[in-house]
Design a protein around this ligand. Sequence first.
Ligand SMILES: *[C@@H]1O[C@H](CO)[C@@H](O)[C@H](O)[C@H]1NC(C)=O
Ligand SMILES: *[C@@H]1O[C@H](CO)[C@@H](O)[C@H](O)[C@H]1NC(C)=O
Ligand SMILES: *[C@@H]1O[C@H](CO)[C@@H](O)[C@H](O)[C@H]1NC(C)=O
Ligand SMILES: *[C@@H]1O[C@H](CO)[C@@H](O)[C@H](O)[C@H]1NC(C)=O
Ligand SMILES: *[C@@H]1O[C@H](CO)[C@@H](O)[C@H](O)[C@H]1NC(C)=O
Ligand SMILES: *[C@@H]1O[C@H](CO)[C@@H](O)[C@H](O)[C@H]1NC(C)=O
Ligand SMILES: *[C@@H]1O[C@H](CO)[C@@H](O)[C@H](O)[C@H]1NC(C)=O
Length: 307
Amino acid sequence: METKTLHFLSLIIISLISSSTSYSPTDNYLLNCGSATNTSLYNRVFVSDASRAGSFFLSADRSISLADQNPSPNSPALYHTARVFTTPSSYKFNIKKNGTHLVRFHFSPFAARGFNLSTAKFSVLVNGNVMLNDFSTQVVVLKEYIIKANDKMLEILLRPVGESGFGFISAIEVFSAPKDFIVDYGAKLVSADGIEEYQNLSLHVLETIHRINVGGSKLTAFNDTLWRTWIPDDDFLVLKTAAKRVATTHTPNYQSGGASPEIAPDNVYMTAQQMNKDNATLGARFNITWIFQWVRVMFDTWFACIL
Ligand SMILES: *[C@@H]1O[C@H](CO)[C@@H](O)[C@H](O)[C@H]1NC(C)=O
Ligand SMILES: *[C@@H]1O[C@H](CO)[C@@H](O)[C@H](O)[C@H]1NC(C)=O
Ligand SMILES: *[C@@H]1O[C@H](CO)[C@@H](O)[C@H](O)[C@H]1NC(C)=O
Ligand SMILES: *[C@@H]1O[C@H](CO)[C@@H](O)[C@H](O)[C@H]1NC(C)=O
Ligand SMILES: *[C@@H]1O[C@H](CO)[C@@H](O)[C@H](O)[C@H]1NC(C)=O
Ligand SMILES: *[C@@H]1O[C@H](CO)[C@@H](O)[C@H](O)[C@H]1NC(C)=O
Ligand SMILES: *[C@@H]1O[C@H](CO)[C@@H](O)[C@H](O)[C@H]1NC(C)=O
């Protein structure tokens, strides 16, 4: 009985420690769009976008709140509602702390009340930068952007394409990035002309395309310090047998000024691929190659690949 109580207590202490060390952003807006209620996902509360709680404003005279009458049983409650826009409309967020912010858009299409969200077509702008142009989706999509906020206000504008067009959104996240999330010095630009330092990366709008846990397994928002999803690198390896997974059981010893648990969670640092020298059938000279497909489509919008 006594040992049980002790175990219980130590569990509580461990969870108190881990929650007190977890990252808490200065600006932290999580919106459940088109819903009158708050809902949580991975222990984060997404508040109704119709509420006037907090410091955000929705300017949409003719927007419609839509609820999925037939949600698939394993989809989170956050994805059971959406706000539909038939005219250009915006969300405005008060920014308390200048600097790099993460902006995420969740789109989960369904059909209700004469709107088939799979047929929606719209553009999304953040502070005037086009993030999504003539966007449309038939599957659940999460888009993530990294943007420097220098004004007191951050504006997200949804603009339907065409006369009878409409747009929709299921959830929005706007939160302050941790310190040194994007470094301005030290990033390398590799081009045909050689390698040079690429300065002021944080001044550009970045989109996350792939977030890869090299040599490791898939990590979900549940495992990550910034509620990100990391996928394994296997599908990007040109020659899988050239690489060999390695892992450590030791958690990283973070030094101040260097990498931090917010840049990537422990599990990402604890796995790697090493050159598979053991494979005698490969020549003495070989390389590990990953191929990623990158497309640059928008003015002043760069794509980041975080390895
Ligand atoms: C939703 O959460 C916000 C912020 O925590 C709170 O002010 C509001 O009362 C909540 N609304 C409902 C309907 O529970
Ligand atoms: C919604 O539109 C998509 C794409 O056009 C189509 O495949 C789907 O059947 C439509 N759903 C309904 C309920 O009409
Ligand atoms: C944020 O940056 C803007 C423009 O650089 C400046 O006018 C404003 O005072 C800054 N706000 C804070 C809180 O530092
Ligand atoms: C980077 O930004 C700083 C301050 O905004 C500026 O002085 C410098 O010229 C910029 N460097 C490049 C390479 O653009
Ligand atoms: C990540 O979280 C999932 C539950 O969502 C769990 O099954 C898995 O073991 C976790 N992975 C790691 C590496 O912590
Ligand atoms: C070595 O490489 C060959 C050719 O790519 C592959 O068929 C074989 O499975 C590899 N062996 C090991 C132990 O990885
Ligand atoms: C790296 O390995 C790939 C696959 O074996 C090969 O196609 C490519 O030519 C190699 N590149 C270099 C620079 O050695």
